[in-house]
Ligand binder design. Structure first.
Ligand SMILES: *[C@@H]1O[C@H](CO)[C@@H](O)[C@H](O)[C@H]1NC(C)=O
Ligand SMILES: *[C@@H]1O[C@H](CO)[C@@H](O)[C@H](O)[C@H]1NC(C)=O
Length: 293
């Protein structure tokens, strides 16, 4: 997405799994939104050490309302990311092809220059990471464009930002807007360039603010808006210390994961039940926070 990929991703990418069992995991991506979105699963990552174990599935696809796709991924899929684009028009040959999350290359992002453009809510996975654990999260580090939730079939925690932040987004960071004036996204303070210097910014955790110690959440404008509305998502680049940003699941459980866009209460009661009472999840259990090193 951007150079401000959570540093955690890079760390995971260098963590080699102990012994790779030759298992594959099933990923399901369900569009519960009442409108079409265009999904992206990038082929290339910011950290090329992430390896070449990638799902055998197109890197971009059109997701009609209520449609889902299923693919398998290697059980050591590393630094995997999926996000959704809104209001795309792939007849456009130069410039933005979508209002949010667009990339060079059209439906399939260009493997070399096709990183996405914020704002976009991003789902992230590293399977078989440190301690033989799967790591996953819903990231608002690059802003927000669609509500989403990551659930699984083995009782591990749900990562989510289930609220549509566009309409309630503060005006300084609200947008882009569609042709009717509806806000389809909400920018991070970094992307909105509120402090005027993205190369040395407490909002971007860049320059002299590029560590967890020098970039506390208290210095990030609108952190509490994002984290308050979506407590189980990454509110900013070093949000691990919140204990509810980066989630883990024992890799030995071989979890299959479902990414649901627009997991709304009123539209999909079954999704709501699953989100609030995942089967087998011990009451109140939270994974230990990820520690910086
Ligand atoms: C994933 O596992 C495959 C098969 O064991 C192996 O060839 C590949 O190097 C592994 N990739 C990573 C990133 O660990
Ligand atoms: C898509 O973009 C093309 C090229 O700019 C334009 O002619 C067409 O009207 C657009 N379609 C929609 C539905 O906006």
């Amino acid at each position: 997405m951007s150079p401000r990929t959570p540093a955690a991703l890079k760390r995971w990418a260098t963590v080699l799994a102990a012994v790779a069992a030759c298992e594959a995991r099933t990923f399901t991506v369900f569009n519960a939104c009442p409108f079409t979105i265009w999904c992206v699963r990038p082929l290339m990552f910011t950290d090329l050490t992430a390896g070449t174990a990638v799902p055998d599935f197109p890197t971009g696809w059109e997701a009609a309302p209520l449609s889902s796709v299923t693919f398998t991924a290697p059980d050591n899929w590393t630094a995997g990311r999926i996000w959704g684009r809104r209001d795309c028009n792939f007849s456009i040959t130069t410039g933005p092809t979508c209002l949010t999350g667009w990339c060079n290359g059209g439906l399939l992002c260009d493997p070399h220059t096709g990183t996405g453009v914020p704002p976009a809510t991003v789902a992230e996975w590293t399977l078989q990471g440190d301690g033989n654990r799967d790591f996953y999260d819903v990231s608002l580090v690059d802003g927000f464009d669609l509500p989403m939730a990551i659930t699984n079939n083995v009782g591990c925690s749900t990562a989510s930002c289930p609220v549509d932040l566009g309409p309630i987004c503060p005006s300084q960071i609200q947008g882009p807007f569609d042709s009717t004036g509806f806000p389809v996204g909400c920018k991070s303070a970094c992307f909105a360039n509120l402090d005027g210097d993205p190369t040395n910014s407490p909002n971007c955790c860049s320059g002299s603010f590029d560590t967890a110690a020098t970039c506390p959440s208290s210095g990030v404008e609108f952190y509490s808006f994002f984290k308050g509305n979506c407590p189980d998502a990454y509110g900013y680049a070093f949000d691990e210390s919140s204990g509810t940003a980066l989630w883990t699941c024992d890799s030995g459980l071989n979890a299959d994961y479902t990414l649901t866009f627009c997991p709304y209460v009123d539209v999909f009661p079954r999704t709501f039940i699953f989100l609030t009472r995942p089967s087998g999840r011990p009451t109140g259990r939270r994974p230990r926070p990820w520690r910086h090193r």
